[in-house]
Design a protein around this ligand. Structure first.
Ligand code: THU
Length: 299
């Protein structure tokens, strides 16, 4: 089963969004258990565009974040996965069944991403998943339907790698990373889990070396993995140890400060847990703005 989106960008496409949204729709359709190849059409528009459609089809004269128009007539008690006959109503020339139309206001998505403190790509994935479950019959009018819809969204978004990660989950991921620690010299195992703004989590462990100075801390392992995969914005890091609580060393503080001076740093050992902002751990820090001064001065 393949699930796809045909996306019509009315402004410059948002970098990295296309791949993430295609992955999201595949995860939504799998979560619902669809068996046929399906697609939905998405129009990425502005506030005026979505307001017009609201006015025309819903008699609501204002801009909203997202709209969906299902092609099959489903409802919360009988969603699309339960009634596959309804899927086959319309097919395109390649045999894909049409789920319906989605419309998203990019300015609204930007506002909401800002409000929730996550990336625009991640907000677009949330809105797309929400709309897609509407297309498959889900709704949030009754409390029990709302819960079911939220659970499906969460399941699909987690699978797409953009689910919400709690501090406890981040600590758990750091603990798992700690198991791979290569520390035959210090016997001090450290694991780190770095949460990127787009929802991805990068893990790392300390990797020691017979030439001691070559050793790398867990935090920098996670950071370098993240940056080399295209992530540059981060919201939190969890650091797990088993012997004693470990705040990041000076070098790691500086390495992280380059990308996220306001990073939340959570350290955990056994049932102990503490938290601080990186800007508290490295006051009067030297960051990219200062690093650039030198270059600018020479021009
Ligand atoms: N270490 C880390 O990985 N992170 C820290 O925050 C502190 C220290 C590692 C480096 C070395 O492998 C071992 O712990 C002992 O210093």
């Amino acid at each position: 089963m393949r699930a796809e989106l045909d996306i019509d960008w009315e402004e410059e496409p948002i970098e990295g969004a296309e791949a993430l949204l295609q992955k999201t729709v595949q995860c939504c359709a799998e979560a619902e258990g669809l068996a046929e190849n399906v697609y939905a059409q998405v129009r990425m528009t502005d506030n005026e565009g979505i307001r017009q459609i609201n006015r025309e089809y819903r008699q609501i004269d204002r801009a909203t974040d997202v709209l969906s128009f299902p092609s099959a007539d489903c409802h919360p008690d009988d969603t699309l996965g339960n009634c596959p006959g309804k899927l086959r109503q319309e097919r395109d020339e390649t045999g894909r069944c049409f789920l319906g139309d989605i419309m998203i206001s990019l300015p609204k998505a930007r506002e909401q991403a800002e409000e929730y403190g996550h990336s625009l790509q991640r907000e677009l994935a949330y809105l797309t998943a929400h709309a897609l479950f509407h297309l498959m019959g889900y709704d949030h009018m009754r409390e029990e339907d709302k819960e079911r819809m939220r659970a499906m969204e969460e399941k699909a978004l987690n699978k797409a790698g953009v689910g919400r990660v709690t501090d406890e989950e981040l600590i758990q991921i750091a603990r798992e990373a700690m198991r791979f620690s290569y520390s035959p010299y210090s016997h001090f195992k450290v694991g780190a889990a770095l949460l990127a703004k787009d929802g991805r989590v990068f893990r790392g462990c300390n990797v020691e070396n017979a030439s001691y100075g070559v050793s790398n801390c867990a935090e920098r392992t996670a950071l370098f993995k993240a940056v080399s995969e295209g992530a540059r914005e981060f919201t939190a890091i969890a650091i797990a140890t088993e012997k004693a609580m470990a705040w990041p060393c000076g070098i790691c503080r500086q390495a992280l400060y380059e990308f996220a001076p306001e990073l939340r740093v959570i350290v955990a050992c056994g049932d102990q847990k503490e938290e601080a902002l990186l800007s508290q751990l490295i006051p009067h820090g030297f960051g990219p703005a200062e690093g650039m001064l030198n270059i600018l001065g020479k021009e």
